[in-house]
Design a protein around this ligand. Structure first.
Ligand SMILES: *Cc1c(COP(=O)(O)O)cnc(C)c1O
Length: 500
């Protein structure tokens, strides 16, 4: 055999062995069938499945787990694969079931997620076509899709045409990108870092601290401005602090308002803070990861007045547009400030970067990225904006309903009326220490599994939270939460009473 023949033979063998990477139409039909039944089974259970399954309990719930006991380590990869059916059953028992069910209408912990079906379909399409969403030249259509989503958000905030924006992986990266843009615009570097002041409340999300650290600004001065009794920033105290810092020769650099805190859903006074930031020449950033999208409904718009004062704002479509995880958004009022921090070139990019339109890669830390705009664009095109407005208004009303009902359940103490869709509360037991009791109550709720709520501390006091964000949560689900809380709290209280 000649050398050429041997090479050709080897190439044929390699080609044949690699064919499983590219299933043909008949196999794709089988895959479609398997995945479709999997998805249907999952979704037909979503309304009734537990909102939480602890790892220990997972084995009891899973009829279909062959051994009955969850495996702690997933089986290793093998040379010839296990096939789709076996892989899906592994996914179901080992991945889908244990943990919190963020798709459940009775999941009220942290900030609930979503998982719109239309977005799942968009993800399939985005992956099959694999459009290159980072650069305009590579896919003008994908970049226009992202731009259209950003325009939609910018209009909501009240930014004009000169804004710049970026669909990120989530709120953390979006906040980080804002901090970097502000740092560069104010040239906070060298000895200036330690004279530059950042203003926020204790209720600001911890990703801001992380962003400040990652941006090399750990030695900035950080002022924690106290909050009022509704956990909103005290603007009188912000003003005093700004004045004091200015007089001391420090540089008011970055003022952060939170539009919907993670703890209590409180909205800082956005307009008043914006006016102060402007007066003292600081960059005004709003972290609206959870809350800003409530501006889509009339009730929320009222609460969120003043967003247009900001220099930059973050929103999380994977929270309050109900999209699957992996999409956040940053808008900066002046696009040039984003470009100044992120537009860099390279020789091998010479064909693609020098075009008229802005590419996402020139306004963000990412280059190659998931075509995540499609998962936002597709549902908005297919069902329109109105269903989103209604769902958000419904969540706000449900939180108010929960707040007013629970305040009338014996033994419960509720926090302030919600600004958006988070309610805080606790049970006051007959004898036990309230903090210990409420901690046990959360554990009992998690073990029970019908609903999921999480806890926090407010002024050192252990509090439970209920966050209504999932698009599937309706009045029956909130009423179930009221009933479960009433039932479990009194059962625990009576049990500890009888053992006194
Ligand atoms: C969730 C949240 C974040 C962090 O966003 P991720 O998408 O989780 O990275 C930041 N700020 C607030 C107010 C949030 O609620």
């Amino acid at each position: 055999m000649t050398q050429q023949n041997r090479l050709s033979e080897r190439l044929v063998t390699l080609k044949n062995k690699s064919l499983p990477l590219d299933p043909d139409a008949a196999i794709r039909a089988e895959i479609g069938h398997l995945v479709d039944s999997y998805v249907e089974e999952y979704l037909s259970d979503v309304d009734t499945a537990p909102a939480f399954i602890g790892e220990d309990e997972a084995s009891n719930v899973l009829e279909s787990s062959s051994s009955g006991v969850p495996i702690q380590t997933l089986p290793g990869f093998v040379e010839d694969g296990m096939g789709l059916a076996a892989t899906l059953s592994l996914l179901k028992t080992e991945v889908d079931r244990p943990g919190i069910a963020t798709t459940s209408p009775r999941f009220f912990g942290y900030i609930p997620g979503g998982g719109l079906y239309y977005s799942a379909v968009a993800d399939l399409l985005a992956s099959v076509t694999n459009k290159y969403a980072g650069v305009y030249f590579a896919s003008p259509g994908a970049v226009r899709v992202e731009d259209q989503c950003l325009d939609f958000l910018a209009e909501l905030v009240g930014y004009g045409a000169g804004y710049g924006g970026y669909l990120s992986s989530g709120g953390s990266l979006a906040n980080f990108t804002a901090v970097v843009a502000a740092r560069d615009f104010y040239r906070v570097e060298g000895p200036k870092i330690a004279q530059s002041v950042i203003y926020l409340t204790d209720h600001a999300h911890h990703c801001i601290d992380k962003a400040v650290h990652l941006a090399g600004l750990s030695t900035c001065i950080v002022r924690r401005i106290p909050v009022d009794n509704r956990y909103r920033m005290r603007t009188d105290l912000l003003e005093n602090q700004l004045e004091e810092d200015k007089n001391a020769g420090l540089i008011p650099f970055f003022v952060v308002a939170t539009a919907g805190t993670t703890n209590t859903g409180s909205v800082d006074p956005l307009e008043a803070i914006g006016q102060l930031a402007a007066r003292y020449g600081a960059w005004y950033h709003i972290d609206g990861a959870y809350g800003a999208l409530f501006a889509l409904c009339d009730e929320g718009k009222e609460m969120l007045k003043g967003m247009e004062w900001s220099d930059s704002i973050v929103m999380d479509p994977h929270k309050t547009l109900f999209l699957p995880y992996g999409i956040g958004a940053l808008l900066v009022k002046d696009k040039n400030r984003l470009l100044a921090s992120h537009a860099v070139g390279a020789d091998y990019m010479q064909d693609v970067i020098h075009v008229e339109a802005t590419s996402p890669a020139t306004v963000s830390p990412e280059l190659t990225k998931h075509f995540r705009g499609l998962r936002m664009w597709l549902p908005l095109q297919v069902v329109g904006v109105a269903p989103f407005r209604s769902a958000l208004a419904e969540k706000m009303l449900l939180a108010r309903h929960f707040h007013s009902k629970l305040s009338r359940v014996e033994g419960f103490e509720v926090g302030p009326e919600p600004d958006l869709s988070v309610v805080t509360y606790r049970f006051i037991p007959k004898f036990e220490d309230p903090d210990l009791f409420n901690e046990r109550l959360v554990q009992a709720i998690h073990k029970d599994g019908r609903i999921f709520v999480s806890s926090t501390r407010l002024n050192g006091v252990f509090m439970l939270r209920l966050a209504v964000v999932c698009f599937r949560s309706h009045q029956t689900d909130v009423d179930t939460a009221l009933q479960v809380l009433d039932e479990l709290a009194h059962a625990l209280d009576n049990a500890s009473f009888s053992t006194e």
